[in-house]
Design a protein around this ligand. Structure first.
Ligand code: ATP
Ligand code: MG
Length: 240
């Protein structure tokens, strides 16, 4: 079997709360792999550390322990925990996409430009990038009258479609999805699920968290169950 695109071994993240002199574990000893053309789903109760795992892989924050091995198209491996900031920016530009739970965008940027942004970053000409953004937004049923305005004032479901389109447009090799269908009506959620199925057949590796268990059952090739990490006192006992 082909080697995984992503291999996570013993990942852990502990937050230091200086003002309270406390250590809060958000993930502890998490291991799994993600393969090309497959979707690995993270499941578990609220607070189990699902979003924290995605943020560690995207290096939104620096992991505290473990290894996160990313294998690029040429077969080169990079430990995301040890990579330089420059290497991380390159990975985000060319290889890894992240659809976060909430869209962050500038108030005056049009929806077309927000979605086309990853293509601009890869040197695609402005009009071509905007054309591809328009095609994707049409496929996701976002009304055309919204394309020229900023998503800042959109409803939750409209915003989420913009967020997804921006994550999909540059066809990253690894896509991280944090509850991508949570705020969508059933019809739009179905569009997104079909798009995810298509990306799988095209070879994209995906790591996802879904709100509905039936979406996990339908899309996941592997399911990783996370449990809330033990308290720091318990972790220390384990180490002694
Ligand atoms: N920046 C932070 N500082 C301190 N604690 C944090 C931070 N980020 C996350 N945590 C803690 O880590 C734990 C895991 O959070 P996380 O957001 O990963 O959970 P989750 O499994 O995604 O939950 P949900 O299903 O509610 O989205 C929580 O107890 C949270 O309070
Ligand atoms: Mg979460």
């Amino acid at each position: 079997m082909a080697k995984p695109v992503l291999q996570v071994d013993g990942y852990g993240k502990y937050f230091q709360l200086h003002e309270q002199n406390k250590l809060i574990p958000s993930s502890h000893n998490v291991s799994f792999s993600v393969h090309a053309g497959e979707l690995t789903a993270l499941v578990g109760p609220t607070g189990a550390g699902k979003s924290s795992v995605l943020k560690g892989i995207y290096r939104s924050y620096l992991p505290t322990g473990g290894r996160i091995l990313y294998r690029d198209a040429q077969g080169h491996e990079l430990d995301i925990c040890l990579a330089s900031d420059h290497q991380i920016l390159e990975l985000r530009r060319r290889e890894i996409g992240f659809v976060t739970q909430f869209l962050h965008c500038l108030p005056r940027q049009s929806t077309l430009d927000v979605v086309a942004h990853p293509l601009f970053m890869n040197g695609v000409a402005r009009e071509e990038a905007r054309q591809r953004a328009a095609e994707l937004l049409a496929e996701m049923n976002l009304p055309e009258r919204l394309w020229s305005v900023s998503p800042a004032t959109f409803s939750g479901g409209e915003r989420q479609r913009v967020n997804l389109a921006r994550g999909f447009i540059a066809r990253p090799r690894l896509l991280l999805l944090d509850e991508p269908t949570a705020s969508l009506d059933p019809e739009t959620a179905e569009c997104v699920i079909r798009l995810i199925e298509r990306l799988k057949t095209e070879g994209t590796a995906m790591l996802a968290i879904f709100h509905h268990p039936e979406t996990t059952r339908r899309l996941a090739d592997r399911v990783i169950v996370l449990t809330p990490p033990p308290a720091v006192e318990e972790l220390l006992k384990e180490m002694l």
